[in-house]
Write a protein that binds this ligand. Sequence first.
Ligand SMILES: Cc1cc2nc3c(=O)[nH]c(=O)nc-3n(C[C@H](O)[C@H](O)[C@H](O)COP(=O)(O)OP(=O)(O)OC[C@H]3O[C@@H](n4cnc5c(N)ncnc54)[C@H](O)[C@@H]3O)c2cc1C
Length: 441
Amino acid sequence: MNYDVIICGSGIAGIYTALNISSDLKIAIITNDKLESCNTYLAQGGITTVRGKEDRESFIEDTLYAGGNENNLETVKLIAEEADKNIKKLVSMGVPFNRDDDGNLLYTREAAHSKRRILYSNDQTGKHIFLTLAEKMKRRNNITTYSEVEILDLLISNEKAVGVIGTNEKNEILEFLGDKVVLATGGIGGLFKNSTNRRNLKGIGIALSKKHGVEISNVGAIQFHPTAFYDPQSERRFLISESLRGEGAELKDLEGNRFVDELLPRDVVAASIEAKKKEIGSPYVYLDATKLKVDFLKVRFKGIYENLLEKGYDLAKDMIPVTTSQHYFMGGITVDMDGKTSLDGLYACGEIAFTGLHGRNRLASNSLLEGLVFGNRVADHINKTIIKNRVFKEEFSCDESKLEIGNYKDIEKIKEENRRLVIDEILKVREDLKDELSVNR
Ligand SMILES: Cc1cc2nc3c(=O)[nH]c(=O)nc-3n(C[C@H](O)[C@H](O)[C@H](O)COP(=O)(O)OP(=O)(O)OC[C@H]3O[C@@H](n4cnc5c(N)ncnc54)[C@H](O)[C@@H]3O)c2cc1C
């Protein structure tokens, strides 16, 4: 199948990129599950903004503080400069962010932010952003979506990415060809025993990069969220948003004593919870939101409130057992300021890309913003450099024999190889995660 641009992934990064690509280009968006089966849909707390020029320095300071100054300053500055135009675009698309009675946008606060600058849609921000973007996408007749098609490999010809190989639910092999390929395949949580992430996210971008010598960075930089609901039975850990702590919920030991400043950076709070668990010999600690007003909790944290009620806990009355859980991947495919990878024709954006924004520890709610800013930059670069209607069959001789389609017959073996490639790469630098990475799944 011939397109101008092939985008792998239907989260904020993939769809926002597609929406910013010129509407006279033919785009394919491929996703290995339903369109909404992405981490974007799950995002609770919100999306960071930078509130005008006067907030830029403060945003930069907060991001560097959370990231332990291991961030790439050029990227942090770029995000600070370009946040506003992309957030305005998102707002103008109609995302139903919370507003006061006069229609002014409301802002919340999360760990390590020195001020309120996070836009939110109650506690289901990601769902509302996704639904708004997906609705816009459906109205574009230059974008074709392929759901439940799993990417297995990259197609490369003359040292240039020219497409991808995927497989559908009937185990058929599908070939997508295009002048530009964008990997927006999200995180790696599906490889972990305990993760807040969707299970279908297994770091395919890293596997493909390893296979084809595309540069990757910082694969050991993996963020554990401090407060996932403690439930050893569930496959995916239910997240309890940081903004709940931002609004005043407290972390307590089993005796009800506070043991940490809840608004310190995520890695510090997570380490403190792990230390406390060890000290008291418990697999969880408590999150206490009981001093917040019940009416406020029921509206502002509707999703969390109702979900916990189903699990037998009333957020307004009960102490909630919480523990740390794999949450976010700060490493990824190395990209430049246009989202270009080390392979010609190949771009990466969103959680799978390494831009250097986050350093050692991501500042809360910076991920959705990074997806927007870099999605926009990738699209801009594609618009400027694409060769429209390129016919690959002729130009790159991508016939069956050249592509060795036969190599893709054993689909399960390829999937397993891809999974192993990512796990091995992480374990090279993070042996401590051996038990967490579900090697035998
Ligand atoms: C519970 C939770 C809450 C969060 N809350 C916030 C928040 O409040 N604010 C914030 O900024 N960030 C938050 N995050 C992080 C943020 O949601 C993600 O980092 C961000 O949504 C990533 O966007 P993305 O477009 O890169 O990837 P995703 O939205 O995860 O999309 C990845 C896409 O890639 C596709 N894909 C993966 N592998 C393959 C394959 N082999 N073949 C084909 N397709 C494939 C998937 O199907 C999916 O469509 C949260 C994350 C979680 C899990």
